[in-house]
Design a protein around this ligand. Structure first.
Ligand code: C5P
Length: 402
């Protein structure tokens, strides 16, 4: 997603500038080319040298404004060079300037000299963020196609208060930048509601024992984030997981397969796309005891009942305009054939087949490798990539084969 892609990071004057060092470092480690532009106020917080060192290149300030690069004024050459612009942290002042197209510094000129998508990550004190004038400016900029936004969230602020105005976390920003590099800012899921399931379910035998699986929810979380970045309204029904829900996603935590089933049914009608990444239990103990069973009383074998196949049930109820995608986590060489059988047996539009018995893919980690299959018999092989990239490739595959 990032290899050899060109990202221009604009830093404005807020203490959150120090966290953007981490974003620049992560982008460079992922293979991106990064250039940083600091406003005068940003220079007071973090030195250009810090950013230049992390970016393995140059960091520009207003002192460079009159320089030329490749025979072009600097703001033109940087504006044309960048594939994605990120302004993080974004201050109230720079926001106001962007709304009015002001170009009284290097960063403002670069924004106007470029057509690349811009990701904005505001950071400011709660009172500042909640000012009517700032709110008004924010609404105006959000209405413009070119501008994508991240945060601000609510949390502890550097002014020792807790409230809104906290800049998005570096990893959230890095993921969003990755998405924008991948899609070039297109919002092809705008106006659509996507239902995603994630994580494993737990089927309890008694209050302290359950049947579960190693799913961490990572794949479903990245799918949900990718859909939000592409403009969708996303509902995420997820089992217990230690990961946080991506920004902008409506989360519905559940524990058991039957809770997941009920919750998915509740949100199914509004969805035009269902991505069933959850590792749902196939069986559950026949009896759920309300008290802990003494160790000596545990039987050698459990009585088990089958759990209804949720995605097959959704497929049976669907309207023609609803698209259903399942996942087949398999072991062994014949995983594609098994996935194809599931695609047909469950009545899905597409299935993502992946092996969970090879290192670097499957449960848990950040990366995955998969084969995408659809009902028309088309297939696509996805090499080992980040789960966020796999998510975008799945969405592209659905789009191309629709
Ligand atoms: O049948 P299997 O569990 O291998 O199929 C996996 C796919 O079916 C996944 O998309 C999973 O979310 C879904 N599934 C389901 N309900 C179940 C079991 C699996 O929807 N009870």
């Amino acid at each position: 997603m990032f290899a050899d892609r060109r990202v221009l990071v604009g830093v404005t004057g807020s203490i959150a500038a120090y966290k953007v060092c981490e974003v620049v470092s992560a982008l460079v480690k992922a293979g991106a080319e990064v250039r940083v532009v600091l406003t005068g106020a940003a220079e007071r917080f973090v030195s250009p040298l810090t950013f230049a060192t992390l970016a393995r290149g140059r960091a520009y300030t207003d002192a460079d404004f009159w320089q030329a690069e490749h025979g072009l004024p600097l703001h033109i050459s940087l504006g044309q060079w960048a594939e994605v612009l990120v302004i993080a942290p974004l201050t109230a002042h720079t926001l106001a300037k962007l709304v009015h197209g002001l170009a009284d510094d290097l960063l403002g000129n670069i924004v106007l000299a470029s057509t690349a998508p811009v990701l904005l990550a505001p950071a400011m004190n709660t009172q500042m963020w909640e000012q009517t004038t700032v709110e008004h400016n924010w609404r105006q900029i959000c209405a413009l196609e070119r501008y994508h936004t991240s945060g601000p969230g609510t949390g502890l602020l550097a002014c020792d208060t807790t409230g809104s105005g906290r800049m998005s976390e570096p990893a959230t920003l890095t993921d969003h930048i990755g998405s924008l590099l991948w899609t070039r800012g297109k919002r092809d899921l705008r106006g659509r509601t996507v239902l995603v399931s994630a994580g494993g379910t737990r089927e309890f035998l008694d209050p302290v024992r359950f049947m579960g699986n190693p799913s961490t929810g990572r794949m479903g979380i990245d799918l949900a984030a990718a859909c939000v970045h592409r403009g969708a309204i996303v509902h995420l029904v997820h089992g217990p997981m230690g990961l946080s829900v991506p920004e902008g996603v409506v989360a519905h935590p559940v524990v058991t397969a039957s809770q997941m089933h009920a919750c998915l049914l509740e949100h199914f009608e509004a969805a035009s796309l269902v991505l069933m990444a959850a590792a749902v239990a196939d069986v559950r103990p026949t009896f759920q005891y309300s008290d802990k069973i003494p160790k000596q009383a545990l039987k050698d074998a459990l009585d088990l009942d089958a759990v209804p196949d949720i995605v097959a049930d959704l497929a049976a109820r669907r309207r023609p305009d609803q698209v259903l995608v399942g996942f087949a986590a398999q072991t062994g060489e014949d995983f594609v054939a098994l996935a194809r059988q599931k695609l047909l047996a469950k009545g899905l539009d597409a299935i993502v087949a992946n092996r969970v018995d090879l290192s670097g893919q499957g449960f848990g980690g950040e990366t995955n490798q998969a084969i995408l299959l659809n009902r028309k018999g088309q297939t696509q092989t996805v090499p080992l990539v980040s789960k966020l990239e796999l998510s975008h490739r799945i969405l592209d595959f659905l789009e191309e084969s629709s």
